[in-house]
Design a protein around this ligand. Structure first.
Ligand code: GLN
Length: 270
């Protein structure tokens, strides 16, 4: 069957997504697809047609997502990593290099697929990284990724920091921050991604409050807290920060859509 005919089969997936599915099945880079012109392998064609009948987000369909140039395994038990979160990692990495040495101890709180913690470990193998999640199923995915990406990180199954006794220099988190009853959520996200990873209570603030209230016991004197945040939560979160870390420096950053997306708290560093 001609590649073009395969791409013309009706489906909810866009043409670009269809190309990704085909190259996934053929184990070929997407750009090499058209060198083939035609696919003769019936098994591949049938599998492709079957996949096109799906509505699943592509990352769940293929069980893979890219983050910071690395391929991560994902399934329906974890949030699909977002490009915004890459910026969170990039920014915290800069701050770590500015304020700490290689021996920094980092906690990725609510690790999901493990993208944040594992990427930081990949950026500097001397970092001591602990990934925490309440979901055992998510931790299974994160562990798989740490093996697959050859990184030696620690894992703890805990509801936030409740069962954690270590002290960290950096706590980084992209907690669930969507308001429970929000209308502004993509139907596909709502239908397929785990609600545990999405919703942060009626005001979206549940996990920020919980983390800020309890994390002092797990932080060294000089430390950084790094959050990804809902674009409309900045003021509320700053107010909570001031309650628990009143003398700390707060840095806010926007994402590439010009929306407030990141907050960094520097404790006793300046
Ligand atoms: N830390 C993971 C990520 O950033 C999971 C976040 C979550 O489940 N809210 O993708």
């Amino acid at each position: 069957m001609k590649i073009n005919d395969l791409l013309n089969i009706k489906s909810n997936y866009s043409n670009d997504e269809k190309k990704i599915i085909l190259s996934f099945l053929l184990d070929l880079p997407k750009l090499d697809l058209f060198k083939l012109e035609e696919i003769t392998d019936k098994k591949v064609i049938n599998k492709y047609k079957k996949m096109l009948n799906n509505n699943l987000p592509l990352a769940y369909l293929l069980n893979e997502a890219y983050f910071f140039g690395n391929k991560f395994y994902v399934n329906k038990n974890v949030l699909i990593p977002r490009p915004e979160t890459e910026v969170l990692v990039e920014e915290v990495y800069k701050l770590i290099n500015k304020y700490f040495n290689d021996k920094v101890k980092i906690c990725d709180l609510g690790t999901g697929s493990g993208v944040i913690g594992i990427t930081l470990k990949k950026l500097n193998n001397s970092f001591d990284v602990t990934c925490i999640d309440i979901s055992k199923k998510a931790l299974k995915v994160a562990k798989k990724n740490s093996i697959y990406l050859n990184t030696d990180v620690n894992f703890i199954n805990s509801d936030m920091l409740k069962r954690v006794n270590d002290n960290f220099d950096v706590i980084i988190s992209n907690p669930p921050y969507i308001k429970n009853n929000t209308k502004e959520i993509d139907n596909i996200v709502k239908k397929y991604e785990p609600s545990l990873a999405l919703y942060g209570g009626d005001d979206g603030l549940k996990y920020y409050k919980e983390i800020l209230k309890s994390c002092k016991k797990n932080l060294n004197d000089k430390s950084i807290i790094a959050f990804e945040i809902g674009y409309d939560l900045k003021e509320d979160i700053i107010n909570i920060i001031k309650e628990y870390f009143k003398d700390s420096k707060i840095i806010c950053k926007k994402d590439y859509n010009d929306l407030d997306r990141y907050i960094f708290i520097l404790n006793n560093l300046e």
